[in-house]
Design a protein around this ligand. Structure first.
Ligand code: SAH
Length: 510
């Protein structure tokens, strides 16, 4: 039997990019993962399929498993020769009870390792524009628990020493006791005007920071409704925020954007939106699936020489067509001298990735413009093959036929309704967490309303939820359901849709 081992892993403060390379390696090899509330749940995707996932809880005092139970799981699984990842928020040895768990594991004779994480105490201030040290302000830093400082009873903290230290002070778990923490610091001699900041949900799309003087911050935090998780930072360095802010300037920070694209296609849009600060809520309305029968496609692949040109209308069209090509032992050479058009830059890139430079890419996807472009470009011959989805709009083939081409429409994949829990989405809307719903095609609109009835969306649009469409066709479909589109890009591409949402959020004109 393999020797079991417990890895105490730091998951970092919340931004998925702040997980260490080593922690990811361990997760990828884990048999069991025991994780806390604060750790980003997306990390669980790194685990091998079939890994045992144990939620330990620990959300603001609520413990799903007691500390003894957690320890027991760690020791028991390691004893069975398994690789156990114990994933904790931030760094496991900074106010995370990691040391207590490690002691138990060692006592039980199991092997263990620690993978330090980026503690929120370092990352959250950095994302808030607050460096912990600066020659002009402080030459030491104290990490302090805000948990023990309730008024009653003896405080374990030496407030006089903290106040005298001229150190930057970082308080963990201090939101509930904010008033007594600040009172203690003032009583111990810290100046009431000392700058202080409360950083909530640091490094995540929900990050907000309250900057106030030490004597006012408790009251202001209460007014603003600040709750855990947040860090209190006290010291002159807080005044640097004004100049060093960067993360909180992101145009979509804190804005919830629903992405209705198929999960397989959504990553680009999600990434772009998240880089601009958005909290993306994936609600795929479409599932891309293969056809039941590929006979017609295989025949077309074999008889490619019968066509003069091909028009690819989507990334999926390219992917599925090439998949059949490959299955027949063919590659890009099968296209020979055929002319190629790609509707949209992403489709063009998909062809380029296979060594094929499209002859024509229209500037905008409007059927008439595409047809005019193809005619104008010349050399597309007479017979055109359009590999695309099983059900798609007929405008392009019809316009091409009207222009005198002989058109063969070839379904190469299917789109189906993806089943999703509308209640989860509506609850998020009810909590005010959704500011935009993005639609990237007419089918995302149709399917969205199959899952979420129009009358259930209406109250939220009336309250200011905004709808973003990739282009006029999608906008028209939306209007069939009685909704207007408030946001749309100049060019009908996914990256520009994301930019348009950001501009809208910043209050700019289209
Ligand atoms: N081991 C963790 C701390 C666990 S104690 C670490 O190294 O970060 C939990 C406390 O950490 C919270 O009450 C809060 O004060 C702080 N905290 C954790 N994540 C945070 C975040 N993303 N933003 C602000 N504070 C956070």
């Amino acid at each position: 039997m393999n020797e079991g081992k417990v890895y105490l892993l730091g998951a970092g403060p919340g931004d998925p990019g702040l997980l260490t390379v080593r922690a990811r390696e361990v997760l990828e090899a884990a048999d069991v993962v025991v994780y806390d509330y604060l750790a980003n749940e997306g990390f669980l995707d790194y685990c091998p399929e079939g890994a045992e996932l144990v939620y330990a809880g620990k959300r603001g005092g609520e413990h799903t498993l007691s500390q003894e139970e957690i320890n027991r799981v760690l020791v028991d699984r390691a004893g069975r020769g398994l690789t156990v990842a114990r994933l904790k928020g931030g760094d496991p040895y900074v106010f995370g009870r990691g040391a207590e768990e490690a002691e138990q594991v060692v006592e039980a004779g199991a092997a263990f390792e620690v993978v330090p994480g980026i503690t929120s105490a370092v990352a959250a201030p950095a994302y808030a524009g607050i460096p912990l040290t600066h020659r002009g302000f402080s030459s030491s830093v104290s990490f302090v628990t805000g948990h023990e400082s309730a008024d009653k009873g003896e405080s374990a903290l030496d407030w006089q020493a903290l106040a005298r230290s001229a150190s930057t002070l970082v308080f963990f778990m201090g939101v509930k006791n904010l008033a007594s923490i600040t009172a203690n610091l003032l009583r111990a001699g810290l100046d009431g005007g000392t700058p202080a900041a409360l950083v909530r949900w640091g490094t995540t799309c929900r990050q907000t920071t309250l900057v106030e003087s030490l004597e006012r911050i408790a009251e202001e935090a209460q007014k603003a409704g600040y709750t855990a998780p947040a860090l209190l930072i006290v010291g002159g360095v807080v005044s640097l925020k004004e100049r060093l802010d960067w993360f909180e300037k992101r145009p979509l920070l804190g804005r919830g954007v629903v992405v209705t694209r198929a999960r397989e296609q959504a990553s680009g849009l999600v990434r772009t939106l998240e880089d601009m600060g958005a909290c993306c809520l994936q609600f795929p309305t479409i599932r891309i699936s293969p056809l039941k029968d590929y006979e017609a496609v295989d025949r077309a692949v074999r008889e490619l020489s019968r066509y003069d040109s091909l028009v690819f209308t989507s990334v999926n069209g390219v992917k599925h067509f090439f998949d059949r090509l490959r299955r027949q032992g063919l590659d890009s050479r099968a296209f020979g001298g055929r002319r190629l058009a790609a509707i949209g830059p992403a489709t063009a890139d998909e062809l380029r990735g296979r060594g094929l430079e499209p002859d024509f890419v229209p500037r905008r996807y409007v059927a008439e413009e595409v047809v005019q472009g193809i005619i104008h470009h010349g050399g597309f011959g007479e017979r055109i093959l359009i590999p695309r989805a099983e059900t798609a709009r007929e405008v392009l083939p019809r316009e091409l036929e009207r222009a005198g081409f002989e058109v063969n429409v070839l379904p190469v994949y299917r789109t189906e309704l993806a089943h999703n829990d509308a209640e989860v989405l509506l609850e998020a809307m009810g909590r005010g967490e959704v500011h935009y719903v993005s639609f990237t095609s007419s089918s995302t609109v149709h399917n969205f309303f199959k899952l979420v009835g129009p009358e259930r969306l209406r109250p939220y649009t009336e309250q200011g939820l905004r709808l973003a469409c990739i282009g006029p066709v999608t906008e028209e479909t939306l209007s069939e359901y009685g909704f207007a589109c408030q946001v749309w890009p100049e060019r009908y591409t996914v990256p520009e849709l994301a930019q348009a949402i950001a501009r809208d959020a910043a209050g700019g004109e289209r």
